[in-house]
Design a protein around this ligand. Structure first.
Ligand code: PLP
Length: 463
């Protein structure tokens, strides 16, 4: 008979597991030691747990912890008390997330909830930030209520603070990368160097590029934030946020804040999150590959075509990387910059400032993000149509893309971005690429663009 314990100990001799293996096994209790161990996690929704017998060691430990005599490690509690403090499924999800993000991770009730917790944690008096998800700016306004907080531009000169100010009235630099809605990457090494020099802290909102695409800690982040609603949840059915820090003492402090903010993730959501994390690498790599092909193809549509008439569009806007060969399959009616004015994506960086459009996004010119994003580009990106009417209608003419906000799910979405973000250019469309086949998605957009143009010609004929 095979000795199960010997097999279990042999696991210790294996090489360090890869990311996909960690996602599946990091939270696994030693299943070799438990005959009949359930493969899927057991779903526990209980908010409260039977107290240990007063004479037990567990009860004595709890009494000492409440009296402040010993630490009670809520990352690995000997017993659960109440689900706002700890609960099995959430702890398992956090174990997997910690492994994935290479830090100590906590979950929150939403991405914005996590963003707010990050602000409270650092309690800055100066925040350097520009653009990105508009909701984070709204959270920052909430945080600033009743406090004397100065918001400065990300590229402004940073005021210097003494080290003791790091979590008490100092500088917080908030970098979202890749950026919502364009999917373009910002230079993390640059911002971490500048933050360090000023004695500040760097939070990176990495929602648009989960591992294995990038690791912000490797480029100097002090804290990594994710809207887990997006790629971690991955199926448009769980609202969730994540923070990760390198230091366990910071995790403890964040855990304390979360407990008394009451922003713990619900147990059903934790279950859905854990289930989705198992397939994260597969999903994200595929979504990234498809998005890159689509962005390259859309970019090719904005370039002046060799033979076609280019007078109807603002062409010649973008000259960076070469278009993919898929451009040759596009009907000439939709190429040559007639409908697509410009496409933004990490794969189109570094770019030069050849865009003369007054609403052009001109961040990070010349930055090459290849080193920062070794696992691939963001599966979400944006493009600009030549007329606002095209951007308004296109998402509603498609079969496989659904007109909706959010991103990161297995189904592709396309959004006229101004609908969610009133500050956005009315010609901008954000694309979240799901798991459909590339050729189907490309054909869907192509037919949508052709339909737009035909409808416009029809209208003109009737005038
Ligand atoms: N950060 C980014 C970059 C986002 O795109 C979003 C949501 O779209 C958030 C934060 C907020 O996350 P949630 O909607 O989960 O609160």
């Amino acid at each position: 008979m095979v000795d199960q314990h010997n097999i279990a100990s042999a696991h210790g001799g294996l090489p360090a597991p890869g990311l996909a293996t960690q996602l599946l096994h990091r939270d696994d209790v030693d299943h070799l030691a438990h005959p009949n161990h359930p493969i899927a996690p057991t779903l526990t929704t209980s908010t409260t747990f039977r107290a240990p017998h007063p004479d037990s060691a567990a009860a004595a430990h709890m009494r000492s912890a409440v009296a402040g005599e010993v630490d009670f490690d809520f990352q690995d509690p000997p017993t659960h008390v109440y689900s706002r403090y700890s609960q099995d499924t959430n702890l398992r999800a956090e174990k997997v997330l910690s492994s994935l993000l290479r830090g100590h991770a906590l979950t929150y009730a939403s991405g914005l909830n996590a963003a707010y917790a990050a602000l409270l944690f650092y309690s800055p008096s100066v925040v350097a930030i520009r653009n990105g998800y508009h909701g984070v700016h709204a959270s920052l306004k909430l945080y600033s209520r009743g406090r004397d907080v100065k918001v400065i531009d990300l590229d402004a000169e940073y005021p210097r603070f003494a080290p003791e100010k790091q979590r008490d009235g100092g500088l917080l630099v908030w970098v979202e990368t890749p950026l919502n809605p364009t999917g373009e990457a910002r230079d993390l090494s640059l911002y971490s160097e500048r933050t360090r020099a000023a004695g500040g802290s760097l939070v990176v909102d990495s929602t648009f590029a989960p591992p294995p695409l990038t690791d912000p800690f490797a480029f100097g982040a002090d804290m990594v934030m994710h809207s887990g609603t997006k790629y971690f949840g991955g199926h448009s059915d769980v609202l969730c946020g994540v923070l990760a820090v390198k230091d366990k003492a910071d995790w403890d402090a964040l855990w304390h804040d979360r407990t008394y903010l009451g922003s713990t993730l619900g147990s059903l959501e934790a279950y859905l999150l854990l289930r989705s994390l198992r397939t994260l690498t597969l999903r994200v790599q595929r979504q990234s590959e498809t998005a890159t092909k689509l962005a390259q193809w859309l970019h090719s549509l904005s370039l002046p075509s060799k033979s076609s008439d280019t007078s109807s569009g603002d062409t010649g806007e973008q000259q960076s990387p070469p278009p993919s060969s898929s451009s040759s399959t596009s009907p000439s009616s939709i190429s040559g910059g007639k409908v697509i004015g410009r496409t933004w994506h990490g794969s189109l960086q570094p770019r030069q400032d050849t865009d003369l459009d007054p609403l052009a996004k001109s961040e990070g010119l010349g930055f090459d993000p290849r080193q920062q994003m070794p696992g691939g580009w963001s599966p979400t990106f944006a493009f600009r149509t030549t007329k606002p009417e095209y951007a308004r209608m296109l998402p509603h003419l498609l079969r496989y893309f659904t007109p909706a906000t959010s991103l990161g799910g297995v189904e592709s979405l396309m959004e006229h971005r101004i609908v969610s973000d009133p500050g956005e250019d009315a010609r901008l469309i954000r694309v979240s690429v799901g798991l459909e086949d590339f050729e189907d998605l490309r054909a869907d957009i192509a037919q949508g663009l052709e339909t737009l143009l035909k409808a416009e010609q029809e209208q003109q004929r009737q005038l």
